[in-house]
Design a protein around this ligand. Structure first.
Ligand code: KIV
Ligand code: ZN
Length: 521
């Protein structure tokens, strides 16, 4: 097995290690189904991500299965699995990645005083021995081994250097020093890399890697500072999703390097025109909306609202634009869609928006678009995006909404009459509630009994106007797992029912005890 990605032929080549499917998926509510993970992995591979961290194989059968399937399907990217120091973790990880054309084991261990004392309950000398043992074991399985010093930025420098040296000696080809708790600052992180690289005698034998969390909003700045100090691998996620405040956002790292080549004279292998599509696919799969003002991929990232800015843009785009929308895959669209638009125009519009749909999906979305155009005067790009996103999110669902009628108003009780398609069979019920949303959700519970708790219910308008589509987010949790569903429709209650069902389907896909079968009988 070669480690060509690790070594990097060009000293200015920065390797992009995407951990959307591992660190990203780990954040509450962001979990993805097997099919969604495969879709995300295929897209990452296609867009030029060098290493895809596909999951944490020991965590569950589901994680193992998806890592192993991603490994089998990978075309170019190195496929990494995460493992702790325990031998059974490492062996399981090796088993999961073994079919990849280029497998990697990423094994980690905490090295900071606070983690060693409270989390591991081990003395530093024991941790040191575990580092050697874990890397040695991983190297017995594959040539490409990454070792991470968890909580590296709060680790005593002498101990960190000793562990790094030992890990490289034992065969680690990449050394990652994570800012696990998002605590460091750019100058401090850069100094850390300079010190470790200078003091560790065999540091030239490994690639150094940054991995930053965004608790203080500095994940991207810290990552880039680490690169300037010699790191050549950046661990990041699409849309910056991840534990707590998230990880460094891949799209921000890539575009900072491209746009400020004067400060960051490096190259990545990423096709930046796929960034917007990747952002959408991940937002859909996780049902985590992208904040409007998110750098690079937010809805407003290239919008110019004020008169002064619009005037400047009309005179010369560079007055207010440091990168073009096209460079990240947002095309300047000219097609306005309405109820008279045909299939071809619709297909072209979808392509402009970055979607490539199979013919059967296109047919389905087109007929939904026609329905919407009948109900809504102006169909904006955002409406079409919401429509397609929802279609993609529900493609594998077992429970689907067929119809909903709600009686609401001042004279209660509010009542929902709902018809569901459950595994191809129809079920219907009529249920009261304390308000129309409550009645709607009660109707679902009556037909699909479950114990999941509603953690979040949020509504916002996709566009302006009273006929705007409502976009509803629903987060459900069951047996320690939480998932989010996002549904849209001009009717807020229909959007609410769709969002709830998407979340419920996700829980079912994860094997939670939801009795859809029973309800259909
Ligand atoms: O944040 C972290 O320390 C991690 C490690 C497992 C690399 O995610
Ligand atoms: Zn992390």
């Amino acid at each position: 097995m070669t480690t060509s990605v690790n070594k990097g032929d060009d000293k200015n080549r920065v390797v992009i290690f995407d951990t959307t499917l591992r660190d990203g998926e780990q954040c509450p509510g962001a979990s993805m189904t097997f099919e969604e993970k495969i879709e995300v992995a295929e897209l990452l591979d296609e867009m030029g991500v060098d290493i895809i961290e596909a999951g944490f194989p020991i965590a569950s059968e589901g994680d193992f299965h998806s890592v192993s399937e991603i490994a089998k399907r990978s075309k170019n990217a190195v496929i990494a699995g995460l493992s702790r120091a325990a031998p059974k973790d490492i062996d399981r990880c090796a088993e999961a990645v073994k079919h990849a054309r280029r497998p990697r084991i990423h094994t980690f261990l905490s090295t900071s005083p606070v983690h060693m004392k409270w989390k591991l309950q081990k003395e530093p000398h024991e941790v040191f021995e575990m580092v050697v043992a874990q890397v040695t074991r991983a190297r017995n399985h594959v040539d490409n081994v990454e070792w991470s010093a968890e909580d590296g930025t709060r680790t005593e420098i002498d101990f960190l250097c000793r562990c790094v040296e030992a890990a490289i000696k034992a065969g680690a080809t990449t050394i990652n020093i994570p800012d696990t708790v998002g605590y460091t600052t750019p100058s401090e992180y850069a100094q850390l890399f300079r010190t470790v690289r200078e003091r560790v005698p065999n540091s030239d034998k490994a690639v150094f890697s940054v991995h930053c969390h965004n608790d203080l909003g500095m994940a991207v700045a810290n990552s880039l500072a680490g690169v300037r100090a010699g790191a050549r691998q950046v661990e990041c996620t699409i849309n910056g999703i991840g534990e707590r405040a998230g990880n460094a956002a891949l799209e921000e790292i890539v575009m900072a390097i491209r746009t400020r080549a004067d400060v960051f004279p490096y190259a990545t292998g990423i096709d930046a025109t796929m960034l917007t599509r990747a952002s959408r696919v991940v937002a859909n799969a996780t049902s985590f909306p992208v904040q409007y003002n998110k750098a690079i991929v937010g809805r407003n990232a290239f919008a110019h609202e004020s008169g002064i800015h619009q005037d400047g843009m009309l005179k010369h785009t560079q007055t207010y634009e440091i990168m073009t929308p096209e460079s990240v895959g947002v095309s300047k669209t000219s097609l306005v869609m309405g109820k008279h638009s045909g299939r071809n125009a619709f297909r072209t519009k979808l392509e402009e928006l970055g979607y490539k749909l199979a013919d059967n999906q296109l047919e389905d979305v087109f007929s939904r678009f026609k329905d919407l155009a009948d109900r809504k005067k102006h169909v904006y790009d955002e409406d079409i995006e919401a429509l397609v996103d929802q279609n993609l999110a529900t493609a594998h669902d077992r429970i689907k909404l067929v119809s909903l009628t709600v009686i609401a108003g001042t004279r209660g009780p509010q009542r929902a009459t709902m018809k569901l398609d459950i595994d191809g069979r129809q079920a219907m019920d009529e249920v009261d509630g304390n308000g129309p949303v409550d009645a709607t959700f009660n109707a679902i519970k009556a037909m699909v009994p479950h114990e999941a708790t509603l953690e979040l219910y949020q509504v916002h308008a996709v566009t302006e106007g009273t006929d705007a589509q409502a976009e509803v987010s629903v987060r459900l949790s069951a047996e320690g797992r939480s998932v989010t569903g996002r549904g849209s429709d001009p009717d807020t209650l229909v959007a609410s029912a769709k969002a709830y069902l998407i979340a419920l389907n996700k829980l079912m896909a994860r094997g939670q005890s939801i009795h859809a079968q029973h309800a259909a009988e």
